[in-house]
Design a protein. Structure first.
Length: 79
């Protein structure tokens, strides 16, 4: 069976120099070990694409399963 990484989310705290991030908005974080070693997070931003941003711009959050399912569905619909 394929090992699927759990969906992660983070709330945006800063958006210095980026028009594609909204402060206080929740974003999906995609797995990227190489980026995380460099203190970056791969985020699906307002453009609908994933880009690397400084991890310091975000605070990781744990959400109830029902909320995570709803957010994952919205991301799938928007894609």
């Amino acid at each position: 069976m394929k090992n699927i990484s759990p969906t992660r989310f983070a709330i945006c705290l800063k958006n210095k120099g980026s028009e594609d991030l909204v402060i206080r908005k929740i974003y999906q974080v995609l797995p990227d070990e190489a980026a995380e070693k460099k203190r970056l997070l791969r985020i699906i931003d307002e453009s609908g694409e994933d880009y690397l941003y400084p991890a310091s711009y975000f605070f990781p959050i744990d959400l109830p399963q029902k909320v995570e399912r709803t957010l994952r569905q919205r991301v799938s619909i928007a894609a």
